[in-house]
Design a protein around this ligand. Sequence first.
Ligand code: PLP
Length: 391
Amino acid sequence: MPDPARRETLLPFALPDLDELELREIKSVLDSGWITTGSATKAFESEFAAAVHAKHAIAVNSCTAALHLALEALGLQKGDEVITTPYTFAATAEVIRYLDARPVFVDVEEGSLNIDPALVERAVTEKTRAILPVHIAGLSADLDGLQAVARKYGFPVVEDAAHAFPATYKGKMIGGLSDVTCFSFYATKTITTAEGGMICTDNDRWAERCRIMSLHGISKDAWKRYSAEGSWYYEIIAPGYKYNMTDIAAAMGRVQLRKASFMRSKRARIAARFSELLADVPEVQLPPGGVDGEHAWHLYMLRLHLDRLTIDRKRFIEELKSRNISASVHFIPLHCHPYYRDTFGHAPGDFPVAYREYMREVSLPIYSTMTDRDVDDVIAAVRDIVRLHRT
Ligand SMILES: Cc1ncc(COP(=O)(O)O)c(C=O)c1O
């Protein structure tokens, strides 16, 4: 007899939502003969800027590149400090290190897992140049709280919004709220160009600098130099990077952008169903929904009450896998990784909330191509594991 708590085939952790529409748009770019940065990228930039109500949007080949360019444009230098969260992916802090500056970690709030504004001010020193919050899972950080500190000391807020498109904070789109906001279009993200990112800002000077540095530091609109309106002449004003987005990626991004709201509503429905049908399971803690805004639901981050279970988190994930459900962990706090531990002398207990919550976190699959059956399979598996392993 088939086991109702074990599906037949493996449910992947994440899948992109792509169809004929993306194929058609990519084909028209291929047919045009212009496949790297060009008119599709420009169109994607203006459509994205309009979507988040930002004056400028600069498309690049990753969110990591976007964050690097943003910090470079602010003038971050060797020895400077950037206040950020340890509860994030490698990219958030490595870009600070690219510029020989120091990531100053501040612990997170227990509920949202976002940087705790109450602790940020205590980390400010005369070397602080920016605050770099992350909207974990797609739930906005407390931007009012962070901006209050930033304004008081006169430094900018640069948002790592890799998880947060489309998402809102107090009714406004993430992307038009802080000095600079960076998005990711990596394969598993809420909209994808396979690899890609976007820098959004209202600041003309920073936008110009990011644009120039994204393409070797050569004079603006260098991408036009092979087109009819372009010229062979250019000037290098700084040793820049090779971070530009291709028109093939932008073609995909333009279609994904049009589908973003629909895909978000599907993920929100999945999250609502998980939360409704796991609400009576006291062994798990459900993620918070949007209080101050709309959640992008990039991740559904469950937390285990390990004291109510006879198994640990590792075994819980193995049990999910044995029922053909993929799961993941977000995130191993940066201060626990050898590089940050050894370079800055961190110990796990330096940021106790981040460490404690990481130890009991399990991310369930949540993406717009999941069927109702897939969602119910995840719920059945979680309930079954808890039933068999509660204390
Ligand atoms: C919080 C966070 N920031 C930045 C990034 C980097 O994004 P990308 O892969 O587009 O460089 C990621 C990617 O997973 C992320 O999760």
